[in-house]
Design a protein around this ligand. Sequence first.
Ligand SMILES: [Zn+2]
Length: 338
Amino acid sequence: MRALKVATLLITLGSVMFAMTSCGAVGAPTETLGASQREQFASLEALSAIDLDPGVRPSVVATTSVVADVTQHVGGEWIELTALIPPGSDPHTHELSPGDLRAVAQADVVLLNGLGLEAALMTSIGQAAEGVPLISLSEGIEGLRFDSLEAEAHTDHPEEGQVDPHVWLDPLLVKVWVERVKDVLSALDPAHADVYGRNAAAYLQTLDELDQWIRAEVGRIPASRRILVTDHHALGYFAARYGFEIVGAVIPAYSTAASASAQGLAELVEVLEARQIPAIFVSTTINPRVAARLADDTGALTVPLYIGALSDPEGPAGTYLDMMRADVQAMVAALGDS
Ligand SMILES: [Zn+2]
């Protein structure tokens, strides 16, 4: 019975892999978060005030929709902001258009999540951004790492994807971003440093309120049910902050550019059944077929979460704050006492 289930899973997995490869997602080059990528990031000290003609605002490019939303809260009406990765697109595998690269080339600064999230984009961004500073907002955040063995088992390049880039799923780590955006904008545009400072202070308070709200909501889930299974390992920082246990992932890696393995899926089925896990959380940006198949076989539900990208502005996760509220409410609905 179990052999049959795994066999059908493998067929599903094979067809999903084929579909992803044929649209270019899996074949996208990924780079290591090694010295070459770190060297591409500029330090804060390297930034200086830019010459702005009257009425011209600093041109800021942000990689993800989450980075863009946080940046907009600090920059307000005083920056010209462009987001590269649109709502609904997976940041691990997104490919930039020539228009995106022109925006990078013409920017005063490019703000990135860092920690390897944009690995698939770094070569093209690096080439387009000649002379444009690239700033990692996560500089100074100590990234979560796999305990060596699991990471090595699932990647051809030991260094690739070893650091968890999903820091934004912990609002208290987003406070580090906010301070950094404020410092970057103030360095480039010191005439508006006080506005950036006020905007940042207000948003920092909102993030504290979000954190308190999440703690209260999570309190509605019995401790024994604070268990997360996801499509890839995206909720490490969230779990660490709010006391959840992560028991597995369909793709046991920090990037959706990695792949599921037959053995890993078989083990995950056993865990789902043995612990009667009620839900598999799947990113809205990736194909849920394998997760749906696992859910069908084990009696779990698949529950969509906004992970790597916001929704359209009029959707349920049009801002970072709304995204976190929507995700936590989905978790409470799936895991809480009904
Ligand atoms: Zn991810």
